[in-house]
Design a protein around this ligand. Structure first.
Ligand code: NAD
Length: 323
C-alpha cells in the first residue's frame, strides 16, 4: 500500500456499541498530535466516550455533527438506521451538510442502512458540496471485532478510487480488512448480503445443535466434525450459538453484549428489500426474519445477542453438566 499521511483532524459521529470501540481503537492509535472531534446525541455517551476511550490523541467533544464536519478532514459516522443517517447529514443548521465548506473532505457513513438513503445522502453531498467525497463504508465483525480492531470495512468505491490508500490507512486503525466493493452503495450491498447469509447460518446452526443435543450427541464432537465437513462455517467454529462452544463470545456469556436480536428485523429486512428491488428471488429470508422477530418478543431473549435464538428454540444451555 502506498504511504499516506493520516489526517490530523478526524471526526466521529455515533459512539454506540460499535462506534465507541472503533473510536477507542482510532484514538489510541493516532499520534498525540492528532485530534478526533466527536459527537453523539446522547450526552451520557459523550461523557462515557471521553472517560473510556483511552485516547493517545487529543479529543474534542462537539455540540453537533456540523461542528464535527467543519473541524475534520475525514469524518466517520455510525448510527442505527437510515433516518439517523439523514439526521446526521441533512438536518438544517446542525447536520454535516450544513457546514460552510466541505471542500476536499472525506465523509464515510459506516451505518448499516438501505442503499436508497445512502445514495440520496451521497447525491445531496455532491449537490451542496461538489468538492466533498461521500462513501458508504459499512462494517462487519460485531462488537467483539470492533473492540479487537479486526472489523471488515466494505467500501462503496472502485479499486481505482484515488482516496482508497487514505481510506484504508484510516480504517485499518480499526479494522483488519478494507475492501473496495465497486462503486457507491455497493459496500452496503455486500454488507446486506453478508447479513442475510450469516443470520441464516446462525439460525440453521442453532436448530441443528438443538436437534443433535436432544438426540444425545456431544456438541463439542459435532463441532469438530463440522469443521472438517461440508457443513463448516465460521459461525460453527468462532461464533457458535450454543453456550460453551465458542468461549468468550456473547453466547458463552449469557448472550450479553454482541448484536442485539432486535436489530435482525432491520438488517434482514434491508437485505430482503434489496433483493426485491433488483428482482432477485429469495425463499428462506422472510421466514428467518420472522423467527428472529418472534424470538425478540420472548422476555427470555429480548435485548440479548441474536444467537439467543438457540434459547428461543428450547436449546439446552446446561448440556455440559449432563455429559
Ligand atoms: P447503537 O444503538 O449502540 O449506537 C448508535 C449510536 O448512535 C448511539 O450512541 C446513538 O445515541 C447515536 N445516534 C443516533 N442518532 C444520532 C444522531 N442523529 N447524531 C449523533 N448520534 C446519533 O448501535 P450500534 O450497535 O453501534 O450500531 C450502529 C450501526 O452499526 C447500525 O447501523 C448497525 O446495524 C451497524 N452494525 C452493528 C453491529 C453490532 O454488532 N452492533 C455490527 C455491524 C454493524
Amino acid at each position: 500500500m502506498a504511504l499516506v499521511t493520516l489526517p490530523t483532524d478526524i471526526g466521529f459521529v455515533g459512539l454506540g456499541n460499535m462506534g465507541l470501540p472503533m473510536f477507542s481503537n482510532l484514538t489510541r492509535k493516532l499520534p498525540s498530535s492528532s485530534t478526533v472531534h466527536f459527537y453523539d446525541v446522547s450526552s451520557e455517551t459523550m461523557e462515557k466516550s471521553l472517560k473510556e476511550s483511552g485516547a493517545a490523541c487529543r479529543l474534542n467533544p462537539c455540540s453537533n455533527a456540523r461542528e464535527v464536519a467543519e473541524k475534520s478532514d475525514f469524518l466517520i459516522s455510525i448510527v442505527p438506521e437510515g433516518q439517523h443517517v439523514r439526521a446526521v447529514y441533512l438536518t438544517p443548521e446542525t447536520g454535516v451538510l450544513a457546514a460552510s465548506d466541505l471542500s476536499g473532505k472525506i465523509l464515510v457513513d459506516s451505518s448499516t442502512i438501505d442503499t436508497a438513503t445512502s445514495l440520496q445522502v451521497g447525491e445531496e453531498t455532491q449537490k451542496r458540496h461538489p468538492k466533498a467525497f461521500f462513501y458508504d463504508g459499512p462494517v462487519s465483525g460485531g462488537v467483539s471485532g470492533a473492540a479487537q480492531g479486526t472489523l471488515t470495512i466494505m467500501l462503496g468505491c472502485p479499486t481505482t478510487d484515488t482516496h482508497l490508500p487514505l481510506l484504508s490507512a484510516v480504517f485499518l486503525l480499526m479494522a483488519s480488512n478494507v475492501v473496495p466493493c465497486g462503486g457507491p452503495s455497493l459496500g452496503l450491498t455486500a454488507k446486506l448480503c453478508n447479513n442475510y447469509l450469516s443470520l441464516t447460518i446462525s439460525l440453521a446452526n442453532a436448530e441443528m445443535y438443538n436437534m443433535a443435543i436432544k438426540s444425545g450427541m456431544d456438541p463439542r464432537l459435532l463441532q469438530s466434525i463440522l469443521k472438517i465437513s461440508t457443513g463448516s462455517s465460521r459461525n460453527n467454529e468462532q461464533q457458535n450459538p450454543v453456550p460453551g462452544l465458542s468461549p468468550g463470545t456473547p453466547a458463552s456469556k449469557g448472550y450479553k453484549g454482541g448484536f442485539k436480536i432486535e436489530y435482525v428485523k432491520k438488517d434482514m429486512g434491508l437485505a430482503i428489500e434489496a433483493a426485491k428491488r433488483v428482482g432477485a428471488k429469495i425463499c428462506i429470508g422472510p421466514s428467518v426474519r420472522e423467527s428472529y422477530m418472534e424470538a425478540a418478543e420472548d422476555p427470555r431473549c429480548a435485548g440479548l445477542d441474536a444467537k439467543v435464538v438457540y434459547r428461543w428454540l428450547g436449546g439446552d444451555e446446561e448440556w455440559a453438566e449432563k455429559l
